[in-house]
Design a binder for this molecule. Structure first.
Ligand code: ADP
Length: 249
């Protein structure tokens, strides 16, 4: 089986800004990769490059063994964006309808929700523990509940790869922990490959199987065990920062 993500010698620039230089790594089926790095280290650029919305100046990106330029199986890829913009309280869509939008994206015209789709939506809501909210207006829910709905929308297609860009930034710590637990469960039980971008390097160590540390180039990619035992990483980050990432692992 080819790697789910394969990045080789990737360079991305915005004018004179070198956002990513010579980044190479592979993500295998079933991996759970935590992507961390300081502000401006190129995390969002990497996500955009993987989703085909950032220009690659040099290098290659393959998804499921297919070069990005030829990749058409976008239904295999789920994406949960940064910055949860809370819905207006009277936004006229129910939770079921919002989750259903995740299915429409993969359909050709005419785009309708079939009976099978409705069953899939219900099943996903059930799995996310929000079945009781299905008829509620999305805007009437709390931030944490809305984020679960958006996760359900990203998962309803049953993607093989789910990419999440700082999905917990707007959540309180307790809701955030529940959200992380849910992601770990999705990774385990659905066998979904996860790539989670987060500023929360300490917490991600307790759930992700691999760490990708970015600072305009690839500083580290490997397991947490390797990261925590690496003298190179100790000299790069200093004892304290390495310990902070490794403490919960
Ligand atoms: P991160 O997600 O780690 O904060 P980004 O990928 O957003 O990092 O940014 C990497 C670098 O690229 C930063 O220096 C940022 O200012 C720059 N950058 C990001 N997006 C753009 C853009 N659309 N135009 C110009 N510069 C950008």
């Amino acid at each position: 089986m080819p790697p789910v993500i394969e990045v080789k010698g990737l360079y991305c620039r915005y004018g004179m800004t070198h956002a990513l230089s010579d980044v190479s790594f592979s993500v295998e089926h079933g991996d759970y990769v935590g992507v961390v790095g300081p502000n401006g280290s190129g995390k969002s650029t990497l996500v955009k490059a993987l989703l085909g919305i950032a220009r690659l100046d040099e290098g290659e990106v393959n998804l499921f063994g297919t070069p990005l330029a030829d990749f058409n199986d976008w239904h295999k890829v789920g994406y949960l964006p940064q910055n949860l913009n809370l819905f207006n309280p009277i936004f006229p869509a129910t939770v079921s309808e919002v989750v259903g939008l995740g299915l429409l994206a993969g359909k050709s015209f005419p785009r309708r929700i079939s009976r099978t789709d409705a069953a899939r939506i219900d099943e996903t809501l059930e799995q996310m523990g929000i079945a009781d909210l299905r008829r509620r207006l999305i805007g009437s829910l709390s931030g944490g509940q809305q984020q679960r709905v958006m996760l359900a929308r990203a998962l309803v297609n049953q993607p093989r790869l789910l990419i999440l860009d700082e999905p917990t930034a707007a959540l309180d710590p307790e809701t955030r922990d529940r959200f992380y637990a849910l992601l770990a469960e999705i990774n385990r039980t659905h066998d979904t490959t996860l790539m989670l971008v987060t500023h929360d390097s300490a917490t991600v160590g307790s759930c992700a199987s691999r760490l990708l540390y970015l600072d305009k180039k690839l500083i580290f990619f490997g397991t947490f065990r390797e990261f925590c035992a690496s003298p190179e990483m100790t000299s790069h980050f200093g004892d304290a920062a390495q310990h902070q990432i490794c403490r919960l692992h």
